[in-house]
Every structure is written in C-alpha cells, then in structure tokens.
Design a protein around this ligand. Structure first.
Ligand SMILES: CC(C)(COP(=O)(O)OP(=O)(O)OC[C@H]1O[C@@H](n2cnc3c(N)ncnc32)[C@H](O)[C@@H]1OP(=O)(O)O)[C@@H](O)C(=O)NCCC(=O)NCCS
Length: 223
C-alpha cells in the first residue's frame, strides 16, 4: 500500500487519495492507516456485500503539507494580499459584509514562500459558505485542492452543504464550480448593484467586459 501511495503522490502528483474499506475489515483499515491514511467518517450502509448493505470507513491520504490553515500570525500579510488583489479585504455580498482577513481559511505557499492560493469560509447553521477563493498560479490544481480542504472541513462538521456566491460575469468560476459538483440554486438579481451602494469600488464591468449586476448562488450538497 505504501508503494502505491508513493507512486500516486510522487509520479502522478496526487495530493489526495480516498479509500472506503468495509468497516468490519480491520486488517485493511490498519493497512491503510500504516500507509498514512486517516479515518474521515463512516459511510452507513454504503456497499452491497454478500447479501447485505455494509458500513464503510471513509479514509483519506491527504498530502496536506502544502495546505496551511490561516492563523492569527498570518492575518496582516493576508490583509495586504487581498488589498493588492482586490483593493480591500472587505467582501460585500448578499449574505453579509465580511473582512476576508478575519475569516477561517486555508492557503498554499510555493517553495519561495509566496502565497499561491487562498480560500476563506464561514460556517452557518447547516452549511459552509465560501466567501473567497483566489488562485495566483492558475491551472495547477491549487483552487481545486483548497476547495476540497474546505469541503472536508464542512463534511467533518456534519454540515449538509457548501455554498458560495459568485457574480454574473465570472464565467470561469461558474465553469470551475459546476465541474466540481456545484449547482446554481438561486439568482439574486441586482444584488451587486445593491452591494455597490455600500462598497463603491465594485466595478461596473467585470470579466469579458460584462456589466456586473447579479449574484448566482452555487450549492454542493453532501447528501
Ligand atoms: C476560478 C479560480 C479560483 C480557479 O483557480 P485554479 O487554481 O486555476 O483552479 P485549478 O487549477 O484547480 O483548476 C482549473 C483548471 O486547471 C486544470 N488543472 C488542474 N491541475 C492542473 C495541473 N496540474 N496542470 C494543468 N492544469 C491543471 C483543472 O483541470 C481545471 O480545469 P477544469 O476546470 O476544466 O477541470 C481562479 O481562476 C481564480 O482565482 N479566479 C479569480 C477569483 C475568482 O473568480 N474566484 C472565484 C469566485 S468565488
């Protein structure tokens, strides 16, 4: 098992490997644990085996060494990062006004110590809302990895769904999220126009020169 994980991580550049052995199979679970897998949660009645539905133990091998949870010591630097990228760390969206710099999140650094991507989120009652996701080295899987880390955090907390708001001009983000299991579940027509009354710096036009007016709510349900 260790050889397979080594191959997947070193040769195939996998940062994440998932297994779901049946819960009674303690030898298999011990084998995965010794190869670095961690138990994530139990999948009840997950697999048909010898005439019955069996529980499975969801396990992950997570090469999370590059994923860093945001800590208080990082906040000054992160505030500057948001200011450099977006002019401010304040996000005015229809779910609230957020200082991204004060939120929970994760970031990825390269070997030179530069931040290559950052995600921030808040937990509500039964859902996790992603407030920001930024990749500074696109097309390398950084945002996918950060998104997955937040989904794991939400799943571990027993939440039902992950949501986020994006704007009508952000076609790339719409493609990115929909290819990762998110569905458009609501449209807040004119929400950005309202946000602009509070945060004047929000531009009139966005990606592809599209006028920005509306928010789209994207949702990924776990169940
Ligand atoms: C949308 C955004 C977050 C995507 O970030 P990203 O780091 O480029 O995302 P990923 O690299 O994980 O995935 C992008 C593509 O690169 C591909 N990719 C992933 N790993 C790769 C690798 N190692 N080499 C080459 N391509 C790779 C993916 O397959 C993906 O393509 P797909 O969507 O067709 O499947 C980024 O464009 C961004 O920061 N946009 C501006 C801010 C924004 O709009 N945020 C979202 C609003 S809420």
């Amino acid at each position: 098992m260790t050889t397979i994980v080594d191959y997947l991580v070193k040769k195939e550049k996998a940062t994440f490997v998932v297994m779901d052995p049946q819960a009674w199979n303690r030898r298999a679970i011990a084998c995965y644990e010794s190869a670095g897998f961690k138990k994530l949660c139990m999948l009840k009645q997950h697999e048909w085996h010898e005439g019955a539905m069996r529980d499975c133990q969801l396990m992950v091998y997570d090469d999370a060494s590059s994923i860093i949870p945001i800590k208080d010591k990082d906040r000054t630097y992160i505030k500057k990062l948001f200011e450099k990228s977006w002019g401010s760390d304040v996000m005015v969206i229809s779910s609230g006004i957020y200082h991204c710099n004060e939120l929970d999140g994760f970031f990825v650094k390269n070997n030179g110590g530069e931040v290559e991507g950052i995600i921030t989120y808040v937990f509500h009652d039964d859902e996790c809302e992603i407030i920001s996701l930024d990749s500074f080295n696109e097309g390398m899987g950084i945002a996918t990895r950060l998104l997955m880390e937040v989904e794991i955090a939400a799943f571990r907390k027993g939440l039902e769904k992950v949501t986020l708001l994006t704007t009508n001009d952000n076609l790339h983000a719409l493609k990115f999220y929909q290819k990762r299991g998110y569905r458009i579940t609501d449209v807040h027509s004119g929400a950005v126009d309202e946000a602009r009354n509070i945060k004047k710096e929000i531009p009139e036009k966005g990606y592809h020169d599209i006028p920005i007016h509306d928010e789209l709510l994207l949702t990924k349900r776990f169940k």
